[in-house]
Design a binder for this molecule. Structure first.
Ligand code: F6R
Length: 240
């Protein structure tokens, strides 16, 4: 795993955006794997600026998001569908038909998972995946467990994740308790992965990412077996 240590969140976001820009320069029809949450927002802002400046073009890009709450209405202000539109898609020249997010409104969630995995495979897999990391080491909604799921699946969210995400909702009771997420094998099949970590609350997860152990109790540690992962983090996240 390559590590890029940054002074602060802004530098982390700029470095990550530069890697995405380089990817689109090299392969304009890239398949991008996208994440939500606070961490990639700065990177998305910089990608919007680069798109506005004519430095990068999203017209041929396809995207797959890691996850979505389940069940949730797409027009809920906290759905990842809304998040992606507000933080990236509505600001760049992407064809919205080329963007895929697990459907939190699906009546048959199991069927939705199978179809999502099939679409990913048919697209030929993700070229560049961005990940955030949970305080508990989750990636996507792959929460710490004895066994991790390989492919897209419905999952329960842990108390740690529900509490961490409560900041976006009126109350902790409003946070959905389930999600649809790509599985570990779906994520690991990306050709290149950039994982971002910012702030003191991520320091334990980053420490686990950088020691020499792999454990399903910190799902992100499985990334150590991937041949092309770049961790970009700020000093606070790197503290331990
Ligand atoms: C979001 C996702 C999650 C977040 C993680 C960190 O699509 O898959 O794994 O990346 O929970 O969230 P933030 O960035 O809000 O700290």
């Amino acid at each position: 795993m390559k590590v890029i240590l940054c002074e602060n969140y802004d530098e982390m976001s700029a470095k990550a955006a530069n890697i995405f820009a380089a990817q689109l320069t090299l392969k304009p029809d890239s398949i991008l794997g996208l994440a939500t949450g606070s961490t990639p927002v700065g990177m998305y802002k910089k990608l919007i600026e680069k798109n506005e400046a004519g430095e990068i073009d999203f017209s041929a890009v396809r995207t797959f998001n890691l996850d979505e709450y389940y069940p949730i209405k797409r027009d809920n202000s906290q759905s990842y569908f809304t998040f992606m539109n507000e933080n990236l898609f509505s600001h760049v020249n992407i064809d919205i038909n080329n963007t895929c997010i697990p459907n939190g409104e699906a009546e048959d969630a199991e069927k939705e998972c199978k179809e999502y995995e099939k679409m990913l495979a048919e697209a030929g897999g993700v070229d560049l995946q961005v990940l955030g990391i949970g305080q508990n080491g989750h990636i996507g909604f792959n929460e710490p467990d004895e066994k991790l799921e390989s492919y897209t699946h419905v999952t329960g969210l842990t108390e740690s994740t529900i509490n961490a995400n409560a900041r976006f909702f009126d109350s902790v009771n409003d946070v959905p308790t389930k999600g649809i997420t790509m599985g570990m094998a779906s994520i690991m099949s990306a050709k290149k992965i950039v994982i971002l970590a910012s702030g003191e609350s991520k320091k334990d997860a980053v420490k686990a990412l950088l020691d020499d152990k792999i454990t399903t109790s910190v799902p992100a540690t499985l990334l150590k077996t991937h041949p092309d992962v770049i961790l970009i983090c700020d000093k606070e996240a790197y503290a331990l």
